[in-house]
Each structure stands twice: as structure tokens, then as C-alpha cells.
Design a binder for this molecule. Sequence first.
Ligand code: URA
Length: 311
Amino acid sequence: MQSDADIHALAATLLDWYREMGVDAAVADHAVDWLARGDVAPGAAFRLPPSSVERIPEFPPPGGEGLGAGGIPTSHVRESPPPFPLPQGGRVASPRPDPRPGFTATPPDAAELAARTVARNAASLEELETALAAFDGCGLKATAKNLCFYRGSPRARLMISGEAPGRDEDLEGKPFVGRAGQLLDKMLAAIGLKEDDVHITNVVYWRPPGNRTPTPQESQVCRPFLERQMELVEPDIVLLLGGAAAKQVLDVTEGIMRIRGKWREIDIGGRPVRTMATLHPAYLLRTPAAKRQAWRDLLAVQAALESGPAK
Ligand code: URA
């Protein structure tokens, strides 16, 4: 019979092997024995239905999902169920980060201090990106493939921040280039804006393994960079996508449904700047009926841009 120590050693070896193979997130609570299912290709059960993979929904919402008479939706949109059950909270759990050989993250307090110093010293976005690329204080860097700094214009009246890069963003090294990003582009087009009119970023600059929400410490250590980025971009308005971005930038604890659609002021380098939180495009992809709320928020942003000072 095997002792507990043997079983633990075996489990550790197996986890090491998974890590070597690039497995960095659990996708379900139970393992699937693909060898016992000889007639089914490995992974077949996890394939997304083609409709949810290909189709980026329209924005603004067509027909009844728009701000129709009395703001009442006339069409009923059914939310498609996730292709496989997600753990509680809808997030895929992730194991501990897998530091690359030679990568040692700086301890949290020292890291935040270092972040403040290097971010403050950056005189341009180029310098800020160079400083970020050299910064080892955020543990997310260990598992990410690329730094995702921003896309869009270096100076813009509208700055947009999401939560964190996902898989597509990590591969390309740019924020919001996957499905959520495509919907974001449609949302912006709906209010007459294109990529060159905006500056798009995230509250953390590296992909969290398994697309989990960044920890408060990971967001906090990136914050000095985000603050400096805001100073350099000099936006008139900051649009925050989703609860994680809103909580981090606005320092609030309420959920996104409570804080969305309301104007709040933040101080950017001694300058008051208006912010609005709205629903994250990834949430809108899963919950099309919520698009009318996001549309309302975007119309408010459009009106504010039209009435505000031109850059
Ligand atoms: N979701 C985000 O919050 N940011 C991205 O860049 C992509 C998806």
C-alpha cells in the first residue's frame, strides 16, 4: 500500500508534469478520462458552440434592446448557458503562478514603492512602457506571455480601462483585442468613436492565469503605473469597464450594478476628471439583455464628450 507521502509525491510529480505541458488552469471540478472514451476526441466536450465563438453581437442593441419607448425592451433575449459548469462566482480557478526560472517577484510593499518611483519618473508613455517592461514587482508577469500596455491614441479625450488582459490580449500584447474587445469597438463605433479617438488599457498589465480576477495586491502594485498613464494621456473622461476596474480606480466597494451610469470625479495629477463605470463587454456577451444599460451609459459619455472641451 502507498503511504500518504508517496501519494503526495506522486501528486506533486503529476502537477509538475501538467505545468510543463502548459496547463495553468482547471476548467472543471472533475477530471475526464479521455482514454476511457475512445470514440470522443479529447477536449470535444469543451468546444464552444459555433454561434458563441464567431458572433459578436450588434451594438447598440437592435430593436427592443435599445432605449425604445419608455426604455422597455420589446424583444426577449435568452442567455445561452455556459458550455461547461463554472465554479462558484463564474470564474475558472487558477493554481499558484508558475514563476519562470530566474523570475523572483519583489515583495509587495517594496514592489509598490518601486512602482511609485519608476512610474513617477516616466516622462512619456514610451518611458512608462519601458519601465513597466523592466518591472518585476507584479507576480502576474511570471505567467504572462506579453505585457499589454495600451491600444488607441497616446493622447485621447476618452480613456477606457478594463480589468485585465485575457488570452488573446496576452498573445498579441494589446488590450481588448479578443471577443470582448470586438464588442467594445462596436460600442465605441455606436457613439461615433474609433480606435484613434480613445486610449484603451487595463488596471493590470499582464494576464492573470486562467483569466481570474487580479488580486487586490496585483492591482495595487500596477496602480502607480495606471495613475501616471492617466496623467500622460490627459483624458477628459475615464470610462471604467466592469466592477474590478471601477473598484480599483474609484476605491469603492459597491458592485457594478450600483455604481454604473453615475458620474464621479477623480483627481489626475491635480486635475479633476470625470469618470463613469459601465458594464464590461465580456458580461454583455454573456448577458445580451444588459446591453441597453450599457447603451444608456455610452450615450451619457457621448453627450459629455460633445459638451466638454475639445483637445
Ligand atoms: N477584458 C478586459 O478587462 N481587458 C482586456 O484587455 C480584455 C478582456
